[in-house]
Ligand binder design. Structure first.
Ligand SMILES: [Fe+2]
Length: 417
């Protein structure tokens, strides 16, 4: 369970799951870690951060209720000393709404409206997000008090979210709902199950990138994706999120993995190991983003400082460091991760690889990653349509492999995009 506690109530063995302040105001590079030394406690207290979040499933709880008592709102004040190596820019007062939004989003999970079946009921709360507003969905209740999925729910403007703590209930709902559909619909329903589960899994992994169990589960997911695409001869309907508006790293990761595997198959790649490396490397391509503070990750692009741009670009090597910790990750699996921001001209990063220096999997993911980014809104960037995104890629033959793009367009065409 995630709890907000006073910073001076921290103790050895607790698992820190975030700080109740801007990342810049803490001396820690990572905001998710176990407290293993008194020095870390000293650092937390000296940083001036008033409150921290702990995860009691991963570490010790507070020793008494008094310590976990909810603090009065006014104690959310600026800490005394920002980290010495952090930029001096502070969060401005008018950024408060934005900061609150970022913190709230950290605890939410975007769910696909298409996964909800009309007239069924759900044992979890649904929220609607429009822009930066997140409000509980007012739904009809059944006798048990569960929300009923009505046409109004399915047509709610904006995206549907659930609380992260309700992920298991959503999984159970999905399994039941997808099992109840007709045989004719079984494969696309199965795809929905694979995809929504994959999103939750990646969400979990990014919050706990050191978990071998979660990494193993990701391998199973990639295998399921590959089998589904092969069994349906390239049909990826429901395997990726179509009606997405905003950027979520877990939705993006699953989309890019599905696009990359399907494109590789369309290009004639049949070797199981090769497909797995492309799928797994694509699923993990942005895992280094888990080290980026949410305030930077979700900041409008135009407002990023040079320092923050450098931090964001560092996600490639950060990701490499994380993935290398796992046994059984082949060098081929690392290629999509290393090369997804490279391009044929050599103007990408982190290396600036040019032309045939890019591996095939790198050339595939540079297309699929760019497409998914262009069709997703982020603060400071409004998504463009699939057609416009493909036109952009086609018009930049110097950057993106035209043969790969052709196959990718075929893949999207089969799914009705
Ligand atoms: Fe990336």
């Amino acid at each position: 369970m995630r709890k907000r506690i006073p910073a001076d109530a921290t103790r050895l063995g607790m698992y820190i799951d975030g700080f109740d302040t801007s990342w810049f105001k803490t001396p820690f590079l990572r905001h998710h870690f176990e407290i293993k030394s008194p020095d870390q406690i000293e650092k937390i207290v000296e940083s001036g951060v008033a409150y921290v979040y702990i995860d009691t499933d991963k570490g010790l709880d507070v020793v008494s209720d008094k310590e976990s008592k909810e603090p009065p709102a006014q104690v959310k004040k600026a800490p005394a000393t920002p980290a010495s190596d952090a930029p001096k820019k502070d969060v401005q007062p008018d950024d408060k709404a934005y900061t609150d939004y970022i913190l709230a989003m950290d605890d939410m999970l975007q769910v696909d409206k298409l996964s909800l079946i009309e007239a069924t009921s759900v044992g979890f709360e649904l929220f609607v997000k429009t822009g930066m507003d997140i409000v509980p969905l007012t739904a009809t209740r059944n006798k048990k008090g569960d929300s009923v999925i009505t046409r109004e729910v399915l047509n709610a403007p904006g995206e549907l979210l659930i609380s992260r703590s309700d992920a298991q209930k959503y999984r159970e709902y999905l399994t039941e709902a997808m099992n109840a559909v007709s045989a004719a619909q079984s494969q696309v329903s199965k795809n929905m199950l694979i995809k929504e589960n994959a999103k939750m899994l990646v969400h979990d992994l990014f919050n706990d990138p050191g978990s071998p169990a979660k990494m193993e589960a990701c391998k199973d997911t990639v295998e399921n994706v590959i089998s589904s695409i092969i069994d349906t001869k390239g049909l990826i309907t429901n395997l990726f999120t179509v009606n997405k508006h905003d950027y979520y790293v877990y939705t993006h990761s699953v989309n890019v993995s599905v696009f990359s595997v399907a494109t590789a198959i369309a290009l004639g790649i049949q070797a199981e190991g090769e497909l797995f490396a492309i799928g797994m490397g694509s699923l993990l391509h942005d895992i280094g983003m888990s080290t980026i503070p949410p305030e930077v990750l979700h900041k409008p692009l135009q407002r990023l400082t040079d320092f923050e741009v450098g931090l964001l670009r560092g996600h490639v090597y950060e990701g490499l460091d994380i993935v290398k910790l796992y046994k059984g990750i082949t060098p081929e699996t690392l290629l999509p991760l290393l090369e997804h921001h490279e391009n044929l001209m050599g103007t990408g990063y982190p290396v600036g690889l040019k032309g045939d220096k890019l591996h095939l999997s790198g050339r595939i993911i540079s297309v699929t990653n760019t497409y998914d980014q262009l069709t997703t809104s982020r603060p400071g960037f409004n998504a463009i349509s699939p057609f416009e995104a493909l036109t952009y890629l086609r018009d930049h033959k110097d950057l993106y492999d035209a043969d790969i793009l052709k196959e990718f367009i075929t893949v999207l065409g089969k799914s009705g995009q």
